[in-house]
Write a protein that binds this ligand. Sequence first.
Ligand code: AMP
Ligand code: MN
Ligand code: MN
Ligand code: MN
Length: 283
Amino acid sequence: MSRPSPLNADLHCHSIVSDGTLAPAELAERAHAQGVDLWALTDHDELSGLTEAGLAAHALGMRFVPGVEISVSFASQTVHIVALGVEPDNTELLQGLQHIRMGRDQRAKDMAHDLERHLGLPDVYAGALRYAGNPALLSRTHFARYLVEQGVCRQTHEVFTRFLTPGKPGYVDHAWARMEEALGWIAAAKGVAVIAHPGRYRFSATEEWALLEQFKSLGGQAIEVVTGSHTNSQHRKYANLALEFGFYASRGSDFHSPGESVCDLGRLPPLPADLAPVWDLLH
Ligand code: AMP
Ligand code: MN
Ligand code: MN
Ligand code: MN
């Protein structure tokens, strides 16, 4: 007897409301065309794409999970916490996210100033802003697109190896939300907290362990095991950590743009079969 095919869940991606390039409804269509059964939109620090995304998903007969990817500062690094199944009208969550977004504009001006100094390029802030679908959500990705347009780098990925990351021109340290704040807002909005792409952080083993422990002690329930930015060996590593900590496991492409993202919506390996999928917690 053949085994039932696993649910094609994609619980992490971005629209023009943050640093993706497609509208929420276009993303829903793309996810559906790629065979996604259960789909979440998780824009950075912003919920305003969820209504359009949910309507489009339902019109296509695809299950939809309202989500958000929250920027958090932990041990001097930025950590991303994906919240799944949130109530989009929850005041605590809305106010917390608005507070995070307010810090972005000054950070962007400081980034622009630093890039102008290093590259001799004029009007970097205005240039990046042209790429932002939402001026309240100016991100490093928009600067990366402008630097590609200006011929400084050939691809956005290359920009992040030469600029915009710690120690490189255009990087500006920033205080995002504290972990306990972010998990408080997620709990208030009845969502499930998930550590996004844990393999991307530059933590020592001790710091990584502290991250997982603190996240769990504050009510965090899941980690992304299968994501567009993990290698196969990281899939196994985070599967083992999920089992060790008793975390549910998530799967998400982190798709941003057809031209830029290596991993398309719904095109990830399945979750390892020994893990509890996070969608068991989503109704
Ligand atoms: P920000 O929230 O402004 O710090 O921007 C973070 C975003 O930059 C991430 O969500 C990614 O979309 C993008 N990013 C960060 N590092 C890289 C990288 N190495 N390659 C491509 N995109 C990156
Ligand atoms: Mn992004
Ligand atoms: Mn992220
Ligand atoms: Mn993301």
